[in-house]
Design a protein around this ligand. Structure first.
Ligand SMILES: Cc1cc2ncn([C@H]3O[C@H](COP(=O)(O)O)[C@@H](O)[C@H]3O)c2cc1C
Ligand SMILES: O=C(O)c1cccnc1
Length: 351
């Protein structure tokens, strides 16, 4: 686990400057492309190139089960996690469709689904057979946490080997909005009633019960919640830990990360609180419909690109932001400058 101590890569200020200057020369009023301009400039600086790119996209979906489902915190049964893994691999899940449309690499990693799965396309890097019930005990042991972080590391290394322009992490794990919410509460010091939402679709009574369970989780682990990685170990999940490892490694390798929704943002929170330099590598794809999401995105200083009222996970919101990023890059790289197009530039305002 020596890699955890490696520094994050740095943006290249020279390319940021170059991209800013180019934006000024393109045939449009300065700033008229709004955040698309900032996105292109940021990507140029992060990728260290004159022509920012969003073509090669690496999507890693981490799947794992949660012992806390015993407490009745999800509208769906635990078995859905494994069933959805098959659906991912057979091409029928939302992220399968989106990845195909994008021409992205999609890989599915079993980091601890309860019953091991057999499928030729599955990457198996299991930290256990689901986490322990965090309402009673730490979700994972120290060595399980390390295994899960390592699974994320390996995914980011594959993205690096594939020369990915962007890294997207996704998750599948019934019960994981409970784990993610507990992390929000622990790391942002907010009450469960403020951060808890319906997840897969709980009704009001279900949400009230989920709030109580999360409060119990926080009480049980109250002496372990000050350090981000220890909070992750006690109340998180294998797939969330894998996302932490993946974000961390992608930041070390200098791959811009497109963050998905509520659960992925919990991983981003852990990674940034542990290593603040990860933050500059994060782009936030969308605002999740889970009401607590904004608490974490405000803390992280991230603004969503989209607000589509989505609450799916699987990396789906991040995938949907890719066409926008591609357009931002295309505009930046291919628009004519005022000089090239013989268009007159800005004149001083008339008095
Ligand atoms: C069919 C189905 C597909 C999904 N894909 C992602 N999730 C999402 O819902 C789960 C979290 O919600 P909760 O904490 O309420 O269980 C996670 O697996 C998340 O990825 C799904 C959920 C279901 C049911
Ligand atoms: O925003 C998300 O990532 C999310 C919200 C609810 C359920 N699953 C995922």
């Amino acid at each position: 686990m020596d890699w955890l101590n490696e520094p994050c890569a740095s943006a290249t200020e020279h390319y940021r400057e170059f991209a800013l200057q180019r934006q000024q020369q393109l045939t449009k009023p300065s700033g008229a492309l709004g955040r698309l301009e900032t996105l292109a400039v940021t990507l140029a600086a992060l990728q260290g190139r004159e022509d920012p790119r969003a073509d090669r996209v690496h999507i890693s979906i981490f799947a794992a089960d949660h012992g806390v489902t015993e407490e009745g915190v999800s509208a769906f049964p635990q078995a859905v996690t494994g069933q959805m893994v098959h659906n991912f691999l057979n091409g029928g899940a939302a992220i399968s469709v989106l990845a195909r449309e994008l021409g992205a690499t999609l890989e599915i990693i079993d980091v601890g689904v309860k019953d091991p799965l057999n499928h030729a396309g599955l990457i198996s890097q299991r930290a256990g057979a689901g986490t322990a019930n965090s309402a009673q005990a730490p979700a994972m042991t120290h060595s399980q946490l390390n295994l899960a972080l390592q699974a994320g590391y390996a995914a980011a290394e594959r993205a690096y080997a594939n020369k990915a322009h962007l890294f997207i992490g996704g998750e599948m794990g019934i019960g994981n909005t409970t784990a993610a919410t507990a992390l929000y509460c622990a790391l942002l010091d907010v009450a469960p009633s403020v951060a808890t939402g319906a997840g897969t679709g709980l009704d009001a009574a279900g949400i009230a019960h989920k709030v109580n369970v999360i409060q119990r989780i926080l009480d049980v682990h109250r002496h372990h919640l000050n350090a981000p990685l220890e909070a992750l170990r006690c109340v998180g999940g294998f797939e969330i830990a894998a996302l932490v490892g993946a974000y961390w490694r992608a930041a070390q390798r200098g791959i811009p990360i497109v963050v998905d929704g509520f659960i992925s943002t919990a991983a981003a929170l852990v990674a940034v609180q542990q290593q603040p330099n990860v933050q500059q590598w994060l782009l936030l794809s969308h605002a999740s419909a889970e009401p607590g999401h904004v608490l974490a995105t405000d803390f992280l200083g991230l603004q969503p690109l989209l607000d589509l009222q989505m609450r799916l996970g699987e990396g789906s919101g991040a995938a949907l932001a890719v066409p926008l990023l591609r357009m931002a890059c295309a505009l930046h790289n291919r628009m004519a400058t005022f000089a090239e197009a013989a268009v007159a530039g800005e004149t001083a305002a008339r008095l």
